[in-house]
Design a binder for this molecule. Structure first.
Ligand code: ZN
Length: 336
C-alpha cells in the first residue's frame, strides 16, 4: 500500500485548542508504523498541492478565493467549530494533493491511503463546516473521472454523515455516494430517503444508524445494502472516507466499533473491488478523535487490505437497513 502524507497536516490549527488537533496526524502515522511492523508492505509517498483546476472541479472559485484570502490574512472561523489559520491553505491543498496521489496509485494497481488533516466530507461546493474546509474525497473522485474512470464510488464510514460529499454529487449518476452514520446526529442530514435527484436518483445511499450501533449492524449495512449496490454499479474505483469516530473509545461518536472492525470493512471492500474489476482502494482519513483508537484503527485498516473478507450475509431483519433498502429498491435490482 502507498501512504500519502505531508507534514503540513500537522501545522493546521497548531495554536488553537481544538478537538480536531494536530496530534491526530502523528497518531494516524503511528498506525501506519504499526501496520508496517506487523509485516504489511508499505511505501511512503510525498504529495504536491492539488492544482487549482482540481479544486475547482469540486468547489466554487469564489469559495476557494475566500478561503485562501482568509488564511493569508491570518485565519478566522467559518462557523463556531470550523477554524482556519495561516497554515490551513497549505494543509488543505496538500491534503487534496495526497488524495489525488492516492487515486494515481490505485489506478496504477496499488492500494493507497492519504493520511491528512483537516478532514473534508462536510465541505460542500461553496461552504466549509464541521472542521472541514476542502472536500478532498470529492476532489479525488473528480480527478479519477478526469482520468477516464466512468463510475466512481465513495464509501463513507465516518460516524457523521458526509453532507458535503452528498451535496456535491447529489445530481450525479457517475459518482455513487454510500454512507453509514449515526442518526439523529450532527450534521442532521443522511436520512434513508435522501437518495439523490435528477440523474443522481438512486446514486446516494444512506444508512442512518442508532447510537451505540456495533459491528453487527454495520455488517448488515454492508451485506444488505453497500455490497449488492456496489456489485450492480460496477465502479472503476472505490474511494473510502475513512473516519474513525465510530470507534467505541471516540469522545464524539457514541458508537461501538472496534479497531479491527475497520480492518474487516477494508477486507470486504477490497474483495468487492477485485470482484467487479475495480482498481484497488484509495482511502482518505476523515474524523477520529481518540488518539489511541485512531492509531489502532489506521493500522487495522491497512492490514485489512491484505486480509480475507468476512463475507457477511444479510439476514433481512435489521430495521435501519430495511428502510434504506426500500427507498432504493426502485433503482437497484439486487435490493428487490
Ligand atoms: Zn466524523
Amino acid at each position: 500500500m502507498h501512504i500519502y502524507s505531508d507534514p503540513a497536516s500537522e501545522h493546521h490549527l497548531e495554536n488553537i485548542p481544538h478537538i480536531e488537533a494536530p496530534a491526530r496526524f502523528p497518531a494516524a502515522l503511528a498506525g501506519v508504523q504499526y501496520a508496517q511492523e506487523s509485516g504489511t508492505r508499505l511505501e511512503h509517498r510525498t504529495c504536491k498541492p492539488a492544482p487549482r483546476s482540481a479544486l475547482e472541479d469540486a468547489h466554487a472559485p469564489s469559495y476557494l478565493d475566500q478561503l485562501e484570502e482568509l488564511c493569508a490574512s491570518g485565519g478566522g472561523y467559518l462557523d463556531f467549530d470550523t477554524a482556519l489559520d495561516q497554515h490551513s491553505w497549505s494543509a488543505v491543498t496538500l491534503a487534496s494533493g495526497a488524495a489525488i496521489g492516492a487515486v494515481e496509485s490505485a489506478l496504477s494497481g496499488t492500494p493507497a491511503f492519504a493520511i491528512v488533516r483537516p478532514p473534508g466530507h462536510h465541505a460542500g461546493r461553496d461552504y466549509g463546516m464541521g472542521f472541514c474546509l476542502i472536500n478532498h474525497i470529492a476532489v479525488a473522485a473528480e480527478y479519477a473521472r478526469s482520468q477516464g474512470i466512468e463510475r466512481v464510488a465513495i464509501l463513507d464510514w465516518d460516524v457523521h454523515h458526509g453532507n458535503g460529499t452528498q451535496d456535491i454529487f447529489y445530481y450525479s449518476g457517475d459518482v455513487l455516494y454510500l454512507s453509514a452514520h449515526r442518526s439523529p446526529f450532527y450534521p442532521g442530514t443522511g436520512g434513508a430517503r435522501e437518495i439523490g435527484e435528477g440523474r443522481g436518483q438512486g446514486f446516494t445511499v444512506n444508512a442512518p444508524l442508532p447510537a451505540r450501533s456495533g459491528e453487527d449492524l454495520y455488517a448488515a449495512v454492508f451485506a444488505g445494502l453497500f455490497i449488492p449496490i456496489l456489485r450492480e454499479f460496477r465502479p472503476g474505483l472505490i474511494l473510502v472516507s475513512a473516519g474513525y469516530d465510530a470507534h467505541r473509545a471516540d469522545p464524539l461518536g457514541g458508537m461501538q466499533l472496534e479497531g479491527d472492525s475497520f480492518g474487516r470493512f477494508t477486507a470486504e471492500l477490497t474483495a468487492v473491488a477485485r470482484e467487479v474489476g475495480a482498481a484497488p482502494l484509495a482511502l482518505l482519513l476523515e474524523g477520529g478523535y481518540n488518539l489511541d483508537a485512531l492509531t489502532q484503527s489506521v493500522a487495522a485498516t491497512i492490514n485489512g487490505a491484505e486480509q480475507e473478507a468476512p463475507g457477511w450475509e444479510y439476514a433481512a431483519d435489521a430495521g435501519s437497513v430495511e428502510a434504506a433498502r426500500r427507498a432504493l429498491a426502485p433503482f437497484w435490482h439486487s435490493l428487490r
